[in-house]
Write a protein that binds this ligand. Sequence first.
Ligand code: BG6
Length: 470
Amino acid sequence: MTKGFPDKFLFGGAIAANQAEGAYQEGFKGLGICDILPVGKDRLLTIDPQLKKDHYYPSHKAIDFYHHVEEDIALLKEMGLQCFRFSINWARLFPRGDEKEANQEGIDFYHRLIDGLIAAKIEPIVTISHYETPLFLATEYGGWKNRQLISFFLNYCEVIFSEYGKKVTYWMSFNEINNIVKIPWFAGALRTEEDENPAQAQYQAAHHMFVAHSLANKSLKKINPKAKMGCMLSLSGVYPDTPNPKDIFGSYEFRRKSLFFSDVMIRGAYPAYSKRLFEELSIDLEIEKGDLETIQSYTSDYLAFSYYLTTVYSHDLKMKTGTGGPQGKKNPYLETSPWGWQIDPLGLRYVCNELYDRYQIPLMIAENGLGMEDHIDANGKIIDKERQNYLRDHLLALSEAIHDGCEILAYTWWGIIDIVSAGTGEMNKRYGFIHVDVDNEGNGTFERRKKDSFAYYKKIIEQNKNLADM
Ligand code: BG6
């Protein structure tokens, strides 16, 4: 039996600009790093900034959120949503990324979105960069390993804070910053160069992002002292395979490679264990005078994270990592999603406790959800029972975590409206409670249709105290 959620807890949904907006060149928008990624299995294999005629690039149309903003907000309002996490597409405001002046059409678009949400009584939660570094900053500057990106990012932040800073309380800087070492193109606009130590480039990029995050936090507070700046990590869970100490310590160390990022951004200093990590990876960080003080002075106000799955660490297996989190050994006690992700609601309670024990700052579940194919039946309905069960079971686990003592600000269901998958570029890996009529190649009417889960979530939000009976 669930204990219910506190009054100030927010039930929400989330999307990212590059996976939703489309209109990839409208309003003077420049290309972002995701605009050159085609649909399909080889999406991230060769990163070629040159667009090709025979490829379909899903972010170009996505779900055309850019032209459906008002309609989509009306649906979210009808669902009873209390908060909505979205990202600002950096290249919509700064087409190349290194300009001084922002593009007015881009600015206006996000005013419309934020004002629309506020009018619908939906709290806006903004991700400043959700895998959305302008492409030019990758091709001309080499991405985040280049220190100059700090000042380009800050200039971008100063514009968005002065435009929206008084309207938005919750901000987060970089989506899944720990993925810089796992999917470096997404997280840091990094391509591995020949003769380069990839770890050196990745941790150098991370250092620049830490400084940028802290300086952005400083600049936000000048505009709105009540605003909150969060860090955001991918923190799906990891269990050791056996009681073999090699599995136990191995999984602990593996996990700590992710927690390294929140350790720096929340505790405000490089942790003791990073010295050995850097030595082993032959990393020699360039840290400028004042950087460490900056990181220490402007730490994160809350920890936002994505949680989709848990996996199993075994010392004799090489772990892989994708968008949902790490992928190791299969856990025989868990069900698996159609895309191979292992579903573990109790793992969410475990991770919340793990993080709250470590940091004692508020947490936000910024992403959680189930990607699956949907079928429209003869009556035009989409009955998505598995998705509803996933939602219920994770919310139940979350309510237990709250009862355990964890402070949780919000839960934002990932892809509340169907969006393009980040990992594969597919449309048919659908997460939404709202269906969008568009296929993997961008064909369709883009019409919105409520799935069965739409009414289910609405009911949960209205009467959250009896989740177990739903
Ligand atoms: C997270 C990303 O890693 O996983 C999202 O922040 C992404 O952008 C989500 O969409 C789910 O992954 P996928 O590959 O199913 O879209």
